[in-house]
Design a protein around this ligand. Structure first.
Ligand code: ADP
Length: 669
């Protein structure tokens, strides 16, 4: 545009000067003066163009950057479609609103809050992905980018860098509280809330931008004996046989002998009472946990766990955890004591705990990574050295003690391969990226002992490819009404098997995968991860057929194969007997269409070993002595699950031991 303006200005000036020179009757001095004025004006005009060429260009480009309007786009996030609305004028993005989302609270929140804000503030699509919320971040950016395209602009050009929001400091920032908790997952929040309830000043440091850890991502299956809620479940002969076989087992040590004897007296009492509903008690839960883990766990620690799961569940309910009345048997749970939180993923646990912490004034600092523990001359752990997201150093002193609640190490590929070389780096995991075993490294550096580090659980029924827990058709965790079949439409395992046996059986099937098969009785609009089941069907993640033969066709199975398997299963439900695989669960037949098939495959899930602790959550050194001032709770600690964790024992463990640690750290002298 300036090019034409300059040309016109030059021509006009030249013509006016010519006309002036030809003008008769004008004083020569006046002609000269007017010519100088004209030339001066021309120079000014040219200069106005010449001085700001880029500004002019930019302005012009900006003026026509977008077609003004409001644009909408939706992209599938973690649980459902995320809908975004972007408003632009000719030169600016005026607003970005997330108008619909079903992302999991605590996981998706930060991305939903920060990404739209930064896009508008910095007029760029080059915003950082929120660590731990990668899928939500990517989906949001993709939806915004789609809107920008609809507005007629090229999203790749909106790539300005966001200026750094802070910088690394060299001096150490010191903070102090009665209790310092490292890690804001289920165990850390339980420990913090418990200590704060006892009047302690508590600081929680969390290395990720998000709180909740794996607990926020779990299927919220919680095992506890609970006579009230279990009263709807019948005691069958097969179940009686299981108890009788267990108490007839030869004890391997004194604690085991005592535990068997305690279960026996409770069972005798139960039989004498004439009750016909399911037998259960903390001792039986403890014995099954010990057997399920192949006698590797520590009976004292297991008993402390099992005795406290119901009081912890009741505490969680008081805090607002929405626990349903239905008790089932989760995958690998071995008994019908799996409770379910009626909230997406693990939010039914994390949200009430977080709210309680906030209410009690617990300070939760995210993006603060615990790096090492500091001991005083007496060997007492007194502080945690940490760094913030810029690498600035911090020192957190815990006057009463430090609770390590950093979770497991399923996402530390080197560490998991060191202890279990079969777990190669290519294997997927259900875990969040922060599950890297930092607490174990920190504590062992100051002499803590570990136990069972080689026992790493692979979850049998995760999403093939991504390894996430999500994507199932059914609402509850329990497998009471589900069968699993291979690609040939045949059952290959007793679905109530231990998780390790289940995984081993799946690995032998075609393509190392299987399908959960269930009917519509246990399907609701949303599953327990807040995913819309119909959307999952549309996306091809779940198969749905009005009839079993329809499902066979969709899955490429031989005609009649699945029909026959389901008919056989339904007969087993009638007879309460599985003659082939020995399944013990026969809740309901699979008979009411539509029928659902969900592809499932194993994924690395839970590190069962960890720091050695005693029943009060004190961390023990390599000689089994208490390390003063140091406590551990949750997946970071070992000694409970042995070589194989019962499904549904983890959320109960992290909250129960979080609560035990929170009590111990305040009560210890
Ligand atoms: P648990 O179920 O045992 O509570 P989670 O995985 O739910 O375990 O929570 C553990 C939390 O600890 C996660 O949020 C994780 O990011 C956090 N964490 C792990 N390592 C560190 C560390 N070095 N400093 C602070 N937080 C950490």
């Amino acid at each position: 545009m300036c090019y034409y303006k300059n040309k016109i200005t030059l021509r006009a000036t030249f013509s006016l000067c010519c006309a002036l020179s030809k003008t008769k009757g004008m004083d020569i001095k006046m002609k000269k003066f007017l010519s100088i004025v004209l030339i001066f004006l021309m120079v000014l005009s040219l200069a106005s163009c010449a001085q700001t060429p880029t500004e002019q260009n930019e302005k012009t480009e900006q003026e026509s950057l977008f077609n003004p309007g409001t644009y909408k786009a939706e992209v599938y996030g973690n649980n459902d479609y995320i809908e975004v609305e972007v408003k632009v004028d000719e030169s600016k993005i005026l607003s970005v609103d997330v108008t619909k989302n079903s992302e999991t609270k605590f996981i998706g929140d930060k991305a939903i809050e920060l990404i739209p804000k930064q896009v508008v503030e910095y007029q760029t699509l080059s915003v950082d992905t929120i660590s731990g919320a990668t899928v939500t971040s990517a989906s949001l950016k993709s939806a915004i980018s789609d809107c920008i395209k609809q507005a007629g602009a090229d999203p790749s050009k909106l790539n300005a860098e966001i200026p750094p929001i802070g910088e690394k400091k060299t001096e150490v920032t010191k903070k102090e509280a009665d209790v310092i908790v490292i890690g804001a997952g289920g165990a850390g929040l339980s420990a913090a809330a418990t200590a704060a309830e006892k009047g302690a000043k508590v600081i929680v440091i969390e290395k990720m931008p998000l709180i909740g850890g794996n607990t926020a991502r779990c299927a919220s299956a919680y095992n506890t004996s609970d006579s009230e809620r279990q009263s709807a479940l019948p005691m069958t002969d097969t179940l009686k046989e299981a108890v009788e076989k267990a108490i007839a087992t030869e004890p391997v040590n004194d604690e085991h002998e005592q535990l068997i004897s305690d279960v026996k007296s409770k069972y005798d009492e139960y039989l004498a009472s004439g009750v016909t509903t399911l037998f259960d008690c903390p001792e039986w839960h403890a014995l099954q946990t010990y057997y399920g883990g192949d006698y590797v766990g520590d009976v004292k620690v297991i008993r402390s766990y099992a005795e406290n799961t119901l009081p912890t569940l009741n505490w969680l309910i008081e805090l607002g955890s929405p626990v349903t009345d239905k008790v089932s048997q989760g995958a690998g749970a071995l008994w019908q004591r799996t409770h379910q939180f009626d909230a997406p993923a693990g939010t039914g646990l994390v949200e009430p705990l977080y709210n309680r912490c906030v209410e009690l004034g617990v300070e939760i600092i995210t993006e603060m990574k615990g790096e090492s523990l500091y001991t005083d001359d007496s060997g007492r752990v007194v502080a945690v050295n940490a760094t913030d997201q810029f690498g600035s150093p911090y020192e957190f002193t815990g006057l009463k003690g430090i609770v390590i609640a950093t979770g497991g190490f399923s996402n530390n590929k080197e560490l998991r391969a060191k202890y279990n070389p079969a777990l190669t780096p290519d294997m997927v995991s259900t875990n969040q990226p922060g599950a890297t075993g930092d607490g174990i490294v920190m504590a062992t550096e100051i002499g803590a002992g570990t136990t069972g580090m080689e026992y790493i659980q692979v979850y049998p029924l995760a999403t093939p490819g991504t390894g996430t827990l999500q994507g199932r058709a059914r609402k509850v965790s329990g497998l009471d009404n589900v069968i699993d079949v291979n690609k040939e439409g045949k059952r290959f395992v007793n679905e109530d098997a231990r998780r390790d046996d289940f995984v081993a059986a799946i690995k032998q099937q075609t393509d190392g995968m299987c399908y959960d098969i269930n009917d519509s009785k246990i399907v609701e609009e949303k599953n327990s991860f807040n995913e819309n089941v119909e959307t999952l069907v549309k996306l091809g993640r779940i198969y749905k057929g009005d009839t079993l033969s329809d499902l066979e066709k969709q899955l490429g199975m031989q005609a009649g194969s699945l029909e026959q398997t389901v008919a056989e299963y339904n007969e087993m439900v009638e007879n309460k007997l599985d003659p082939v695989f020995g399944r013990k669960l026969f809740a309901d037949k699979i008979e009411v269409g539509p029928f659902y098939a969900t592809p499932r495959a194993p994924s690395i899930h839970h590190t069962m070993g960890g720091l050695a602790i005693d029943p009060q959550a004190h961390v023990l050194d390599v000689d089994g002595q208490i390390i003063p001032g140091l406590y551990a709770a949750g997946e970071v600690a070992g000694g409970i699950h042995g070589s194989n964790r019962l499904g549904g024992n983890a959320t109960a463990d992290v909250t129960t031991f979080g609560r035990i640690a929170g009590n111990s750290v305040v009560n210890d002298k």
